[in-house]
Design a protein around this ligand. Structure first.
Ligand code: K1U
Ligand code: ZN
Length: 173
């Protein structure tokens, strides 16, 4: 397993990759499981609660998440070729963050509940419903697969300020 570099919006080359639309993977094999292991280790190291493959430079439809509370045992989740099959009309507002936009947090409104289908770590098809933080994080990661960042849901002013803040923090570091 390896910790990979997380692409960030302050770097033009990284941003071009983050804006790509990810592609479905043909099969869940050992190579893909190695990528998912790396992604999980990278996410825990950051730390974060979710990560899309494109954030480590692999524009593939692959997501990892772990929403276990601090002190609870790890509960890794793997989503390969995920699809949202239904979204509620009811909306939910949550203050989101993003490992590709470090230190920036803002409120985003999304459907409160979604139904999803995906392949798990073993390559089995799973269908389930998500709500609360699970629905928020899953939709945030699905956006990454479509080349959309959470700051794209904000006003142009807030988005530009967010990118300036990340650039300034990088220069100071
Ligand atoms: O996709 C990402 O960039 C990861 C992102 C996921 C996310 C967080 C909040 C709402 C929607 C999606 C993060 O993990 S940001 C870091 C974070 O939320 C966190 C970090 C440490 C402990 C708890 C949360
Ligand atoms: Zn993100």
């Amino acid at each position: 397993m390896a910790i990979r570099r997380i692409l960030t919006v302050d770097n033009a080359a990284d941003l071009a990759v983050l804006k790509q639309v990810s592609k479905d993977v043909p099969a869940v094999d050992d190579g893909l499981r190695a990528l998912m292991d790396d992604m999980l280790e990278t996410m825990y190291d950051a730390p974060g609660i979710g990560l899309a493959a494109v954030q480590v430079g692999e524009p593939l439809n692959v997501i990892v998440m772990d929403l276990a509370r601090e002190g609870d045992p790890p509960a890794p989740l793997y989503f390969v070729n995920p699809k949202i099959t239904w979204a509620s009309e009811e909306l939910y507002v949550y203050e989101e963050g993003c490992l590709s936009v470090p230190e920036v947090y803002d409120e985003v409104e999304r459907p409160a509940k979604v139904k999803l289908t995906y392949l798990n770590y073993q390559g089995e098809t799973v269908e389930e419903e998500a709500e609360g933080l699970s629905a928020v994080c899953f939709q945030h990661e699905m956006d990454h697969l479509a080349g959309v960042l959470f700051i794209d849901h904000l006003s142009r002013l807030k988005r530009d300020r967010a990118i300036s803040k990340v650039k300034k923090a990088r220069r100071a570091a």
